[in-house]
Design a protein around this ligand. Structure first.
Ligand code: MEV
Length: 425
């Protein structure tokens, strides 16, 4: 069982400084790390070294989601996101899943795919046979390319050969290198290896290689999270928990059959996952690309989740998706705030981070479809959105909450009304 609890009752009522204190104590943060959370994050000098043509930095809120119990361990989840209600909603959902014993998660080995495109092949059959025969040689060469990864227990795992007889540019062979990248996201390792292998592949096939790049459809590197919510925990004033469980299962079924709904359903999942990617300095576009391509793997775009009522009448949820995240290299180790976020998460491997992120996706989805299947999304969302509307109208300090409260009370959450209220004597 966990040595410390991520249940933080009343956390949302604290001031920012008080919340930082709670998190600092929980994660054993130093004074410097606290200062980073308080704003001393990425310096201009660091920013200037990260990308090109830098003119400044761009701040976003960093929130902490509470209540996560994953494989018997408690986690506080750092989330960077601009959308109101994401952090509150996920903390509530994690509490519901906690009531059923928390999340159970697993992950495959962190095997990424590198692709080599081969063209101008005179004899496809002979070329494919030559590649098949040379698999041991290709794997050995790939391992030589990244000896550090091999020493750490990773390295080349397989070669796949995928002939396409008919493409807009004639016959094509795509060679896949499957490579275990351990705790890295892996893009650099994979790209280096496939660039190195390409001339050998060209020789073996008698063809010409063109692209050599990793695939973001990282379907050999997936994470799975599941959880059970006791029906009783879903009971609300106007509905039995068993009814709510059924409505949530129906909501999921909607996204299983209809791509129009699935896009929105999966967007809700990514609200959570992207926020952790951003907080930890991971490449959220890679995760987005992988998730959506995986959602369409059976030829039709569908939900990434399964929610159904189980044999005990409780709600069971599960998600599996590619999760190419790293804990070494990249912004994870450069961005000061990402480093603090990683310390708060306290994960020991990329696999553990991937599993926590799958749990985040499942919880975020539960929060969304539960709200949608019961009160509707707008009630809670607009209450929080009202603060942004008040700020957009020019409110500051304590005015923001006052105006937001008034907008909610009047059910007029729009900028014109907020401006009127601000200009009232
Ligand atoms: C909004 O950012 C996300 C939702 O639309 C997700 C969903 O509909 O499942 C609420």
């Amino acid at each position: 069982m966990s040595e410390k609890s991520s249940r933080l009752p009343g956390f949302y009522r604290l001031s920012m400084a008080e919340r930082t204190d709670v998190v600092a104590q929980w994660a054993d943060l130093t004074a410097d790390e606290k200062a980073i959370l308080a704003g001393a994050g990425l310096s201009d000098e660091q920013a200037n070294l990260m990308i090109e043509n830098v003119v400044g930095t761009y701040k976003l809120p960093l929130g902490i989601a509470a209540n996560f119990l994953v494989n018997g361990r408690d986690y506080l989840i750092p989330m960077v996101v601009e959308e109101p209600s994401v952090v509150a909603a996920i903390s509530n959902a994690a509490r519901l899943i906690r009531a059923g014993g928390g999340f159970t998660t697993t992950a495959t080995d962190p095997v990424m795919i590198g692709q080599i495109q081969v063209l101008d092949v005179a004899d496809m059959e002979t070329a494919v046979a030559a590649l098949n025969a040379a698999k041991p040689e290709l794997l050995e060469r790939a391992n030589c390319c990244d000896k550090v990864m091999v020493r750490l227990g990773g390295g080349a795992r397989d070669i796949e050969i995928r002939p396409f007889a008919d493409t807009p540019v004639g016959p094509m062979i795509v060679v896949h290198l499957l490579f275990d990248v351990r705790d890295a996201m892996g893009a650099n390792a994979i790209n280096t290896c496939v660039e190195d292998l390409a001339p050998i592949v060209a020789d073996l096939t008698g063809g010409r290689t063109n692209l050599r790049i990793l695939s973001n459809l990282a379907d050999r590197r997936t994470a799975t999270a599941s959880g059970i919510i006791p029906a009783a925990a879903l009971t609300q004033d106007d509905a039995e928990g068993t009814e709510v469980a059924q409505w949530i299962a129906e909501a999921n079924a909607f996204a299983v059959v209809d791509p129009y709904r699935a896009a929105t359903h999966n967007k809700g999942i990514m609200n959570g996952i992207d926020a952790v990617c951003l907080a930890t300095g991971n490449d959220w576009r890679a995760i987005e690309a992988g998730a959506h391509a995986y959602a369409a793997r059976n030829g039709r775009y569908a939900a990434l989740t399964d929610w159904h009522v189980n044999e005990n009448g409780d709600l069971y949820g599960e998600i599996t998706l590619p999760m190419a995240v790293g804990i070494v290299g990249g912004a994870t180790k450069v961005h000061p705030t990402a480093k603090v976020a990683m310390k708060i998460l306290n994960v020991e491997s990329a696999s553990e981070l991937a599993q926590v992120m799958a749990a985040v996706g499942l919880a975020q989805n539960l929060a969304a479809i539960r709200a949608l299947a019961t009160t509707g999304i707008q009630k809670g969302h607009m209450r929080l959105h009202a603060r942004q509307v008040a700020m957009a109208a020019g409110a500051s300090g304590p005015q923001v909450q006052q105006i937001a409260n008034q907008l909610v009370a009047e059910k007029k959450i729009h900028i014109e009304r907020a401006k009127e209220l601000l200009n009232q004597p």
